[in-house]
Design a protein around this ligand. Structure first.
Ligand code: SAJ
Length: 411
């Protein structure tokens, strides 16, 4: 193979597919057999606009094959998740077990001259660990001559936005951070086959830190908006009006308050910086705490309205972590809905146009229904996700309901 991509999730699958459509022979590796079978069938196991078409084209071209174990290739791209463990004080520590396992798994097939690229978002220093794990595994497997100089190691973080991944994969600038300049250059030349934007060369640690910094920047800015929304509530003011006016200043661009920050990137990556420099990363940590407190704050708002009614009917609109995606992981909307389901005497209706059955945590506790039917039946309507389809809900019906619009969507 030209390229072996380890991890066929939200990043690995589009990346493997796009390389295949550019004529590269790609082996996609995933430890889950059903994922491998689905892809070899030309189908997909995740939802992302047009990804199905890309994967089908890649598989039909004969250039993309999936398997549960890696094989000989010139390039290995690691795109596995980097989850975290939670400490008692609420802070998070990155867990690199999947990156380590993926790295060690290529030892039997990697050869001198190969390029090893880490795409997974990782704490500073991880590319160096990848190098060390690989050499350690090679030595363990009997290759006592194994030398790090024979391989090229690079961190080339993904930056694509769920919901518009295929466009951003091609048009976003990228960073190629090598353990050596030669390695960075090699990765740049590889990505140039589909990336039409600029690719910047740097060292691996700077690339790792840049990626974490980008997501932390967004988190801090969303925290500012979320804090402002709570301040305005206390002052009995309309935060949306305040933001709209403030944003008319040429150097002010406040983001949107919401029910909290979800997804597996922005809610996670800032912790990797906090973990690396706990005494210094004060603002980044506080921003995380502000954003993490928002679901509870929204729940209290709902509870106060529910307390005024006997057997309230509450409609929760949206479960996804953000608008127009089907991804419910790390979703504040799901979190809040779970808690609403626990409100004494309440009947909870859920509308989420991107799913056909309720997630396990809500089964038997809520009713999944069409959004229009849900608002008609409800006393309290809670807008949790600004899905496009919620824009056209009946205004007269909404006007007669108690509304908690966490996104300022109906303003
Ligand atoms: N959110 C708000 N208010 C806003 C913007 C977002 O509450 O004004 C919430 C969203 O509802 C969602 C969360 O923040 O719950 C994150 O959504 P997002 O659209 O900001 O970002 P993600 O997680 O989908 O993707 C981010 C992107 N990073 C940046 O924009 C800096 C993307 O480019 C990265 O590739 C991705 O993380 C990643 O994989 O790291």
């Amino acid at each position: 193979y030209d390229i072996c991509v380890l991890g066929l999730g939200y990043i690995g699958l589009p990346t493997a597919s796009i390389f295949s459509t550019k004529g590269k022979k790609v082996l996609g590796v995933d430890v889950v057999q059903s994922v491998v079978d689905t892809i070899n069938d030309g189908r997909i196991h995740i939802e992302e606009p047009d990804l199905d078409l890309l994967v089908r084209a890649a598989v039909q071209s004969g250039n993309l094959t999936a398997a549960v174990a890696p094989a000989v290739a010139d390039v290995f791209i690691i795109a596995v998740p980097t989850p975290f463990d939670e400490r008692e004080d609420g802070s998070r520590v990155p867990d690199l077990k999947y990156v380590e396992a993926a790295t060690r798994s290529i030892a039997p097939v990697v050869k001198p001259g190969d390029l090893v690229i880490l795409e997974s978002t990782s704490p500073v220093g991880t590319t160096e660990k990848v190098r060390d794990w690989l050499i350690d595994e090679l030595v363990k497997q009997g290759n006592t001559e194994a030398n790090e100089k024979d391989y090229h190691f690079v961190h080339c973080p993904e930056r694509i936005l769920p919901g518009q991944m295929l466009k951003e994969l091609v048009t976003n600038d990228r960073i190629s951070g090598g353990l050596t300049p030669e390695a960075a250059q090699k990765a740049k030349e590889l990505y140039e086959c589909f990336c039409t934007a600029e690719i910047f060369l740097t060292d691996a640690r700077s690339a790792e830190m840049s990626k974490l910094t980008e997501n932390s920047f967004r988190d801090v800015n969303i925290a500012f908006a979320n804090e402002l929304s709570m301040v305005c509530d206390e002052l009995d003011m309309d935060v949306w009006e305040v933001i709209k006016l403030s944003n008319r200043h040429p150097r002010v661009n406040i983001l949107n308050p919401g029910p909290g920050v979800g997804g597996h990137c922005i809610a996670v990556d800032p912790w990797f910086i906090v973990d690396a420099a706990p005494e210094r990363a004060r603002l980044i940590r506080t921003a995380r705490e502000v954003n993490e407190s928002k679901p509870e704050y929204v729940l209290a708002q709902i509870q106060r309205k529910a307390d005024r009614l006997k057997d309230p009917v509450i409609a929760c609109l949206g479960l996804a972590f953000k608008a127009n995606v089907d991804d419910l992981r790390e979703s504040p909307a799901l979190d809040i809905t779970k808690q609403v389901a626990g409100i004494e005497g309440a009947r909870v209706l859920v509308a989420e146009p991107h799913i056909t059955e309720l997630p396990k945590a809500l089964e038997g506790k809520c009713e999944l229904m069409d959004a229009e039917d849900a608002i008609k039946a409800a006393d309290i309507v809670v807008l949790l996700v600004d899905h496009k389809s919620f824009a056209s809900l009946s205004k007269p019906v909404l006007a007669e309901r108690m509304i908690i619009d966490t996104r300022g969507f109906w303003k």
